[in-house]
Design a binder for this molecule. Structure first.
Ligand code: 26Q
Length: 803
């Protein structure tokens, strides 16, 4: 039987209805009378998944038949969210699905909402990997995503008395319909032990081995013309780890301990979005992902080729930050120790295969592992890194203070990743420039062509078509179909920006999205919102550099002003916050609590509650973003200049017609260039000015003393206005404000206040506002992740699209 003989008939409503009932009965084991929402969701997911298989097979077969180069995207994080509606849209099945479900009295939206998010990531870096997977499938780039199949994704957040409480996330509790388990694709990953020398060769004898088992999810591009694979590794104990003798003698827990330790490699995602220094488990997770993936890549290559010197013609490996940067040493190790390569030849092949994307300049976020830990976990790799370090120092000639891959007692993973890659990229124009000047100046001098910029992008399928059906329909009605895969076509909206009828229609889509979000907030959290208000949103991980503190301090100032003059014609505002703090990041948690405390007071103030609300729905993630972003009027992108590598939330908001209030940071700069400076609320110090201001002694105190509104705000906090039961609750934050303020909240406060005044004025003129919002949507085509991926393909991977 050929696979073609099994291809499915056209997805007519009749056939799809049959398929749904078939899966309900034979996959889920339920009859329609007894099926729960969960049962229907599983049956529906399987019926849709069936339709992914043929494009998936066809793409795989073509890649083999044409012996194409493939890209392997290695990432510790894939922040996927839900998949049901994404697949339905990309396979062109959404309308059929709605119709068939309707026939059973079921709502697609309701069933889709039942799916838990796959939250296998922290934030921007993980979501970028998910957007890139979807774009690679859409543009026809043969690709695999490699990651870990965490049992527990990013923790769930709730608030108790305004404070963040974390609970374990459990997305696999009820099983996932999307993955195909591949027990036959399993690899041994070694840890610890020693390196022995045997007739001139180094031989690593690991102390223990853990099995990596593959779970595959098809990733279908828009239109269903191409599909790739997301391969997630699950850690499985080797059978010999279970000590049957101990078990039989009654030591049940002890008998299972080694098994539990092995499984811990894919147990839980680390919840920090900067580094967790010195943690053996984290390093082991990184190696587990990398080793299993590199073994799989070589196995696939050797199934069709025998000459490993030609690997770079067929394989590109992209490292998503330094988390998989052990890929360089691992590839060199396999080539030297198992395939007879000389060291230099192995380094040459590895370097031509590898690329490294940098996502951060924050010094505390650059990964470093102590030499002792490296030696303990990966002794052979340490030898290889030592040799690379020696060569790298030699390359620097007589430079007095050479850059080291191993400095003092630490292995610098950024320098290692740079030295073993043929391309290193930053994620926005400004960021790439700072990567060149501040992070890797010496590397850049040695390899002037290595650093390139690839500005981030977002997939318009999920972030416009799926998330914002009302606006999507208006766009299609106005400029026709095709913008989903050719986002520059949104330019066609420019000519309608001054048309009052179009402005009104555009305004209605925004209002519908606001009602959608408000309805969800009421159902899910019992919070009622006025939908005539300006929705002002800052949603992202909590970080001092992202300056949620600046936002909430301004909110207090605004509240104080309204109270002083309630009749001054204020624009009603809803300040929306969302985001999680790393569990051990105490300052970030204080800021969360302050936001919630301010909300308590402001929302219950009868003088102001029609004009100002502060809401902070807990557990922000991909699915909440899909509801909130289309509803926003104003997007807060207010990081200290020079600190946000790119941002991608900024792009999602602007694409959905929110105006940005923002600093000259990351991709904000390019967004402002694209949409036009007159359609963007700019404020704040530039990256250069930030550096200069930090050098001024007592800049914080000086800035506070210049600003009466800021003094009033800080005084209200100090007096316990928002913590009446505990006056000194925010002593720590206030001390930071007065005495250090590394992130220049005080220095930028007045400029931010002025920009918010501009926002207020602009919003009072609905036609003017609508026009600016339309022009934002029309000019965001550049930020499609399809554009980013095409740049990776030509600038880094040297892969031609298969479509
Ligand atoms: C590393 C080691 C140990 C534990 C955790 C980590 C870790 C995990 C996640 C370090 C960093 C991250 C995530 C970083 C991140 O999300 N960076 C963001 O990447 C986006 C995509 O490029 C950018 O848009 C954002 O500007 C950047 O902050």
């Amino acid at each position: 039987i050929r696979s073609d003989d099994l291809s499915l008939p056209e997805p007519t409503p009749e056939h799809f209805r049959w398929s749904l009932l078939h899966h309900l009965q034979y996959t889920v084991g339920k009859s329609p009378e007894h099926a729960s929402k969960f049962d229907w969701r599983m049956a529906l997911s399987h019926a849709i998944r069936d339709r992914a298989v043929n494009p998936w097979f066809a793409s795989t077969r073509r890649t083999w038949a044409e012996d194409r180069k493939r890209v392997y995207y290695l990432s510790m994080e894939f922040l996927i969210g839900r998949l049901l509606e994404d697949l339905a849209i990309n396979l062109g099945l959404r309308d059929v699905v709605v119709e068939v479900l309707d026939g059973f009295g079921l709502s697609f939206a309701d069933i889709a909402e039942d799916e838990p998010d796959a939250a296998l990531g922290n934030g921007g870096l993980g979501r970028l990997a998910a957007c890139y997977l979807e774009s690679m499938a859409t543009v026809g780039c043969p690709a695999y995503g490699y990651g870990l199949r965490y049992e527990h994704g990013l923790f769930e957040q709730r608030f108790e008395h305004g404070r963040q409480i974390e609970t374990p996330e459990n997305w696999l509790a009820e099983g996932t319909p999307w993955d195909f388990t591949r027990p036959e694709s399993a690899y041994q990953v070694g840890f610890g032990g020693e390196v022995a020398e045997e007739d001139g060769h180094q031989l690593w004898r690991p102390r223990s081995r853990v099995l990596a088992a593959a779970h595959d999810t098809p990733v279908v591009g828009y239109g269903g013309r191409w599909a790739n694979t997301l391969r997630l590794w699950a850690a499985m104990p080797n059978a010999d780890l279970f000590d049957l003798a101990r078990f039989n003698s009654g030591e049940f827990a002890a008998a299972s301990e080694p098994e539990a330790l092995a499984r811990s490699l894919s147990r839980v995602l680390y919840p920090n979005d900067t580094t967790e220094g010195g943690k053996e488990l984290r390093l082991s997770q990184e190696y587990f992902l990398t080793s299993a993936s590199v073994q799989d890549i070589l196995r696939r290559y050797l199934a069709a080729h025998d000459d490993l010197t030609r690997l770079p013609e067929y394989v590109a490996i992209q490292m998503n930050d330094t988390h998989p940067a052990i890929a360089g040493p691992e590839l060199i190790r396999l080539l030297v120790d198992e395939h007879g390569f000389g060291f230099d030849a192995a380094v040459d092949v590895a370097t031509r295969v590898l690329g490294y994307t940098n996502h951060t300049l924050l010094p505390e976020a650059l990964e470093r592992w102590t030499v002792d830990l490296m030696r303990k976990v990966l002794p052979r790799h340490l030898q290889i890194i030592e040799r690379l370090d020696t060569q790298f120092v030699e390359l620097q000639g007589s430079r007095p203070d050479p850059v080291r891959l191993i400095g003092g007692d630490q292995v610098n993973m950024g320098d290692l990743a740079f030295a073993t890659s043929h391309r290193v990229n930053g994620v926005s124009a400004l960021h790439s420039e700072l990567v060149r000047k501040d992070l890797f100046p010496v590397h850049d001098e040695l390899h002037p062509d290595r650093i390139v910029n690839i500005t981030n992008g977002i997939t318009p399928r999920r972030w416009l078509r799926l998330a914002n059906p009302h606006l999507s329909r208006l766009i299609t009605d106005t400029i026709g179909e095709g913008w989903e895969t050719d986002l520059e076509r949104l330019r066609g909206l420019e000519q309608h920006a001054d048309d009052p009828a179009f402005q009104a229609a555009f305004g209605r889509t925004k209002h519908l999205a606001k009602e959608g979000f408000a309805g969800w907030l009421a159902d899910e959290h019992g919070i009622e919102l006025p939908t005539n208000a300006l929705f002002d949103a800052q949603v992202k991980r909590l970080h001092e550099y992202k300056r949620q503190l600046l936002n909430i301090l301004w909110t207090i100032a605004h509240w104080q002003r309204i109270k002083r003059d309630p009749g001054a014609g204020w624009v009603p505002r809803v300040k929306i916050f969302g985001g999680k703090a790393a569990p051990s990041y105490h300052t970030a948690k204080d800021i969360i609590r302050l936001i919630n405390d301010v909300g308590q007071v402001v929302n219950n103030d009868p003088e102001t509650r029609d004009l100002l609300r502060v809401v902070y729905p807990p557990n922000y993630g991909v699915s909440m973003a899909e509801k909130l972003i289309p509803a926003a009027d104003l997007s807060e992108q207010i990081s200290t200049a020079g600190m946000e590598a790119s941002g991608t939330g900024n792009m999602k908001f602007a694409l959905n017609g929110a105006l940005t209030i923002g600093t000259l940071d990351g991709a904000n700069i390019e967004i402002r260039e694209q949409v036009g400076p007159e359609n963007f609320f700019l404020f704040g110090l530039t990256a250069d000015e930030v550096a200069a201001r930090r050098a001024e002694p007592d800049h914080a105190r000086a800035a506070i003393e210049r600003s009466q509104p800021l003094q009033d705000v800080l005084q209200a906090i100090a007096e316990g206005t928002f913590s009446p039961d505990e006056t000194h609750r925010y002593g720590g934050l206030l001390d930071l404000m007065w005495n250090s303020d590394w992130f220049l909240v005080a220095s930028d406060f007045d400029a931010y206040d002025a920009a918010q005044g501009e926002v207020e004025r602009a919003y009072r003129d609905p036609q003017h506002w609508q026009r600016m919002a339309i022009l934002n949507v029309a000019r965001m085509g550049y930020f499609s992740s399809d554009r980013s991926i095409r740049e990776y393909m030509s600038e880094i991977w040297d892969i031609a699209p298969a479509l």
